[in-house]
Design a protein around this ligand. Sequence first.
Ligand code: PMP
Length: 447
Amino acid sequence: GSPECPVLPVLGLDVRVPLVTGGETTYAALDYAASAPVLQRVWDEVAAYAPYYGSVHRGAGYLSQHSTALFEESRATVARFLGCREDDRVLFTRSTTDSLNLLASAVPEGTRVYVFESEHHAALLPWRGLHTTWLDAPRSPEQAVAALEERLHAEPAGPKLVCVTGASNVTGEIWPVRQLADAAHRHGALIVLDAAQLAPHHPVDIGELDVDWVAFSGHKLYAPFGAGVLAGRSDWLDAAEPYLAGGGASRSVVREADGGVEVEWQGGAARHEAGSPNVIGAYAVAAACRALDEAGFGRLVERERTLTARLLTALAEVPEVEVLSLFGAGSPGEAAESRVGVVSFVVEGWNSSHFAAALSAEYGIGVRDGLFCAHPLVRTLRGAGSEQRGGCGAGGTGGGGDLNAVRVSFGAGTPDEHVERFVRAVRELVRNGARWNYRTVDGRCVP
Ligand code: PMP
């Protein structure tokens, strides 16, 4: 890569890291949970294709045909990556948020929806307008399964949908997806998996997990360009009105003599992909899936566990640091077994935004601070009542005053040095305080 964009070779998955902060210090991108840096291979494959794109499913011309073929091949690649069943649909969307809103638009009338309050807002909020039940954040994986089971058992017959996360974007803790799916199915409910945080770190096999739908985002899976995926059962999707009304989703539009309009909608994926799809985004997602498949998740998971254990062990040695956890797994080593590389914490005596600003300014480390678009979860973890509100405002989707936390997250391409630098930075900041005053992203002066 260029000096401005060095490539970090780890496990054969070269990751482009965006900036050099000055001198010899490379920028330590430790905010993978928000957006992961792109893989060099994805970048190269997109660069080879991108100058030659055309609009898909539209034209007889070469570029259109070429793009249509790549778009449909990308769909097949994603289907393989997720282990899709024969009649599953793979839809390209903008993001996980978009995927879950798409599914929400296809939920049959009268369906009851169940979500844990510990979800990201993208999984909590799309169901507004439907009969939705929020379950308390569970304190262990077993409790999650038991709570869902108990709740569903008590509910009246009728269509039901459960929405669960694969791994929390706040605590990084992995959820017992297969057991939750079994519990849902035992009670006649369908289940959708928000795999935004799980898919970049672990294999997600829709058949093995036995979930009905999976949603994830390309930009967290080492692909840029604003594309996401919703994959799964076709029945609800095929029966629903198109998510977006427009060209591509419509097979025939006729203005009738009485002034009315008769629209015949497409079936298949096209039904929910109206407008000109983000073909480069879809291609990038598929390139990332191929790269991850070839690298093999086994080694990625192993390396990430080692880094997570190192991080949790070091944080446990700083008494001022409190790591946020729902499930509270024992030792740092044990905790690392059941997490992806996402760790949130608070530091006694520090405002989290100030801490994040100091990490950036003094150590070239990019982390996230705030409530991470999971306000009910962070409130529960911080033992706060609902009267304490956090805004999704400037300065990192946070603005929640004292409730804010700091989140550090990593993945493929994270070198040991970044984690070591982070650990040293935490120790030094806690011991010595910040050296200067900084402005945070939203212009506040700290500390
Ligand atoms: N779910 C989880 C668990 C997430 O972490 C995120 C992103 N932070 C989302 C959903 C939403 O993803 P996107 O912003 O790409 O739509």
